[in-house]
Write a protein that binds this ligand. Structure first.
Ligand SMILES: C[S@@+](CC[C@H](N)C(=O)[O-])C[C@H]1O[C@@H](n2cnc3c(N)ncnc32)[C@H](O)[C@@H]1O
Length: 430
């Protein structure tokens, strides 16, 4: 799905690799020191080669760590999936998140008291901030994403949580066994749910949902329900990210190299994900520190937030993902309110020139609003694959100076992309 990013960006990166091995633009830095640097010009560009040793010693990073020590071109062996998806980072699937270690590195280097992520998504910035004892503020237009971030970062009475999770699984099993052979099973008028779930799977999801009100940690249980619903949809096993229509007949499964049948039940997912989620929340509770997390479900162009020192974010790309639609099952099942008309750059609005202008204006407005709350000497750090160079005009309009730009070769991520992909870490001072 990311293949469309690559061609001209690959070309540019190859040029760097071939012509400027371990390139670090010291001349420009010297110019800046002599006061000759033009405003907004890049003071350092760092493009380490993919072959050179990547940086993995995260705990050693501090304010004195030099940018050119940070080779972020990790391969699978340097930063295996289990580390990238540790504890709550894999509490629920979410397409389009960045890897936690990127956040960790820059939080350690810039040591903010408070970090702000205006596109907080699945909460990666907030989780990493909490691990490091840094206060965080997150904003996202998607109610589901805010729920996910909240569940990841909330503090729990772990013994009570464990008791509740075990109990709901037990109650669910008992009630499900009692109702399975009976008719009618639990039903709904919701058209989406009736289309995307087999009757038995839907019954089980509705049954689990009906039990949630008996417990204190309802948001956690809703999230387990949502994760189960995602897996229990009538989709092909290899097409969970963007299924176009329900799969009701057996099909050739590329993932399992055999003929698979569409999912008919949800119970195995409800049990599995309840225990897996509990384990992940427990693991995180052992490593997190005391720090506040404030979440806003709002358009980040206009949200009012507390003051902060560092903004760390990865913005939505133009015309690539529909962030509400990817969790449509959760919106329908949990009765969440969709604000997809306020999403910036959604896939459904395309990539026309009009969509592009709209995207650049709105991203600018997000940063313009954020800097009102940024403390003196703050930094804006953006992780982005800016192939069309949208971000230099946003930076200039903001009156920001690009202190550093670190290029990064992204080897592999979740999803079905297998071609190369590059992104930059832009560090701006306003
Ligand atoms: C690339 S994702 C961020 C992912 C995040 N870094 C993570 O690791 O989970 C971009 C996010 O921007 C959010 N978004 C889009 N338009 C928005 C707006 N107007 N205000 C706030 N958030 C918005 C989307 O809902 C999506 O979650």
């Amino acid at each position: 799905m990311y293949a469309s990013f690559d061609n001209s960006f690959t070309h540019l990166l190859n040029w760097y690799i071939n012509n400027k091995k371990n390139y670090y633009n010291k001349d420009v830095c010297d110019m800046e020191a002599r006061g000759k640097c033009m405003q907004n010009a890049v003071s350092s560009v760092y493009n380490p080669t993919y072959e050179s040793e990547p940086f993995v010693d995260f705990e050693t990073i501090g304010p004195s760590t030099e940018i050119e020590e940070l080779n972020l071109n990790w391969q699978e062996k340097d930063l295996p999936e289990r580390i990238r998806t540790k504890h709550v980072h894999r509490l629920h699937p979410y397409l389009g998140k960045f890897i936690p270690q990127l956040v960790e590195i820059f939080l350690r280097k810039y040591e903010p008291k408070t970090v702000y992520d205006p596109f907080s998504g699945s909460g990666t910035t907030l989780v990493e901030a909490k691990s490091l004892g840094i206060n965080s503020v997150g904003c996202d237009i998607s109610e589901f994403n805010v729920l996910l971030s909240k569940v990841k970062t909330d503090d729990y009475d772990i013994l009570l949580l464990e008791k509740e999770v075990k109990d709901i699984v037990k109650q669910f099993r008992i009630k499900n066994e009692n109702t399975l052979d009976r008719s009618p099973i639990l039903t709904t008028n919701n058209k989406y749910l009736n289309t995307w779930f087999a009757p038995k799977a839907l019954h089980e999801l509705l049954l689990f949902q009906s039990l949630i009100e008996d417990y204190e940690y309802q948001d956690v249980l809703k999230l387990f329900l949502s994760r189960s619903a995602r897996s229990a949809r009538l989709t092909k096993h290899f097409d969970l990210d963007f299924p176009k229509k329900p799969q009701t007949e057996p099909y050739d499964c590329f993932k399992h190299s055999r003929v698979c049948k569409p999912v008919e039940i949800a119970s195995k997912f409800l049990t599995r994900y309840s225990y897996d989620g509990l384990k992940r929340i427990k693991e995180f509770s052992e490593v997190k520190n005391d720090a506040s997390v404030e979440l806003f479900c709002h358009d980040s162009r206009t949200v009012k937030i507390p003051n902060f020192d560092v903004l760390f974010t990865s913005p939505p790309y133009l015309g690539l993902i529909d962030y509400h639609e990817q969790h449509r099952y959760a919106y329908e099942l949990l009765g969440l309110t969709s604000r997809d008309d306020e999403e910036i750059g959604p896939a459904f609005k395309g990539r026309s020139n009009g969509a592009k202008d709209d995207y650049v204006t709105k991203i600018y407005e997000v940063f313009k609003n954020a800097v009102k709350y940024m403390n003196e000497d703050g930094r804006i750090i953006i992780v982005v694959a800016d192939k069309k160079d949208f971000y230099s005009s946003i930076r200039d309009d903001l009156g920001a100076i690009e202190e550093h730009k670190i290029s990064r070769h992204v080897n592999r991520r979740t999803g079905r992309r297998n071609s190369a992909f590059y992104e930059d870490v832009l560090i701006w001072k306003v």
